[in-house]
Design a protein. Sequence first.
Length: 119
Amino acid sequence: MWLDAGSLRQWMCPGNTSVADVELNPLVGDTLRIDMQTPDGTLLRHMGEYGVIEPPHLLKFTWQSSATDNRPTLVTVILHPHAGACQLTLVHDLLLSEPMAKAHERGWADILLHLTQTV
């Protein structure tokens, strides 16, 4: 679900945004772009590069947008079996300030909620 553009379009949207476009090539060293759209039509572009892809357990990619002051940050997604289901751990490193970290924490919480509703 993390490496498929069609899947990401369904759930990679925090708050009241929607996903307007996704482009990705899920190979280490290649890029991803996710454009989220606000209700007023503003596009929020998120870009990154895949650093580690080890299906089905580990994914690391950079994450860069206006919300990171256009500086690359690092997202790590770890998946592992837990009690007959799947446990996901998401860590977002290199955020520059506490307010930036809190905003991304809220955003990722919304995104993961959408993901669980999609599965």
